[in-house]
Ligand binder design. Structure first.
Ligand code: FES
Length: 57
C-alpha cells in the first residue's frame, strides 16, 4: 500500500527502514525514506507505521 503518493513510498518500505535503522524521530525516518517532502499528507500515517513497527522490534 502506498503511504506517500507524491514519492511512491509504500508501508513496506517504511517498515523495512524502521527495522534496519530503528529511527526514533520523523526527521530520522525522513532521512531514510522520502516521505512528506511534498504535500505532507502522509506524515501522520508514516508516524503511526513507525510507532507500530518500533513496538514490534
Ligand atoms: Fe507524501 Fe504527499 S503524500 S508528501
Amino acid at each position: 500500500m502506498y503511504v506517500c503518493l507524491c514519492n511512491a513510498v509504500t508501508d513496506k518500505a517504511i517498515r523495512k527502514a524502521v527495522r534496519q535503522h530503528n529511527p526514533h524521530t520523523m526527521k530520522q525516518l525522513r532521512d531514510l525514506v522520502p516521505i512528506g517532502s511534498d504535500c505532507g499528507k502522509c506524515i501522520r500515517q508514516a508516524r503511526q507505521i513507525m510507532v507500530e513497527e518500533r513496538a514490534a522490534i
